[in-house]
Design a protein around this ligand. Structure first.
Ligand code: HSE
Length: 303
């Protein structure tokens, strides 16, 4: 292993749930479930992941891409980097784990190199790597974020999400790869489906922003991606219906799956039991967590 020169910069990046039903590639909320990314500068020009385990080839490739992107955009002189990722965010579950790694690496490298990039520039670069900004924006800024890549840059607006809102998150034992979940989407959709999503996404955002949470009922439906992704997440409709019957305001496929989330103000236990019950009946193991929103976004833990 190459000799170390400087202490680690450690950043904490929250998980995020994106789409929220109709807001495909647009809406996201950061959640209080975190990964930590520790970065050390190395003397030798190498990129090392010390935690990669059995996924080491993919993990190193994703990490190297993020390191390269940082030095390209910042125009700082490249140096060797040792990376350690640990934490609570499950991979390939629709909770933004790849963003925690990409953003964590770039945010920590930016700190280590005297902050040459603004938050907005970091968001642009991470969103480019991801192909969309709907996880990166809430993971960086916290809270509810509406965002999109428009004319080569990410536009975004964020607002606070109160802890009274509980996100009941069911993660089945199977994983879904985002690439696969995007490849099964149609190239074109009927105009009436697009309009229905437009109606819902505008109403959902305005209702969240004004805090009239009981008015969210009926707004999480989607015609653009969830109907097609049921091939990969066959229990989706039943799990959401069970959560709603138990008192949830609504539910959605988190990102491209496999996690399914239902939102509730008071009924989190009943909702969690109802959602998990659907998987249990299908003999699919799942873990259930009740989460609240993270309004802080990415933070440096210590230098
Ligand atoms: N908006 C993206 C999608 C999120 O639904 O494919 C993927 O994590």
């Amino acid at each position: 292993m190459a000799a170390m020169r400087k202490p680690a910069v450690i950043v904490r990046v929250p998980a995020s749930t994106s789409n929220l039903g109709p807001g495909f590639d647009t809406l996201g909320i950061a959640l209080k479930l975190h990964n930590q990314v520790a970065i050390r500068e190395l003397d030798e020009p190498v990129v090392e992941r010390t935690d990669a385990g059995k996924n080491s080839a993919d993990a190193v490739a994703l990490s190297r891409e993020a390191v390269d992107a940082f030095f390209r955009r910042s125009k700082r002189r490249p140096h060797g980097v040792q990376i350690e990722v640990k934490g609570e965010v499950p991979s390939s579950s629709g909770l933004g784990s790849s963003v925690t790694v990409r953003l964590g690496i770039m945010y920590a490298l930016n700190e280590l190199n005297g902050r040459p990039l603004s938050d907005h520039a970091l968001l642009d670069v991470v969103s480019e790597l991801e192909g969309h900004s709907d996880n990166a924006a809430p993971a960086l800024f916290g809270g509810f974020v509406a965002s999109g890549m428009i004319d080569g840059t990410v536009h975004y607006r964020r607002f606070h999400v109160p802890a009274a809102l509980k996100f009941v998150c069911c993660i089945p034992q199977y994983e879904v790869l985002t690439e696969k979940a995007r490849s099964i989407l149609p190239k074109q959709v009927p105009l009436r489906d697009a309009v229905e999503n437009l109606n819902r996404v505008a109403l959902l955002t305005a209702t969240f922003a004004t805090g009239e949470f009981s008015m969210l009922r009926g707004l999480f439906g989607d015609k653009l991606h969830q109907p097609y992704r049921k091939r990969l997440s066959p229990q989706l409709d039943d799990v959401i219906a069970a959560g709603v019957a138990a008192g949830a305001l609504g539910g959605w496929l988190s990102g491209s799956g496999s996690a399914i989330i239902c939102l509730t103000e008071q009924k989190e236990r009943a909702v969690a039991e109802a959602m998990a019950g659907v998987f249990a009946r299908e003999k699919i193991r799942c873990t259930t967590q009740v989460l609240v929103a993270d309004n802080d976004g990415t933070r440096v833990k210590r230098g």
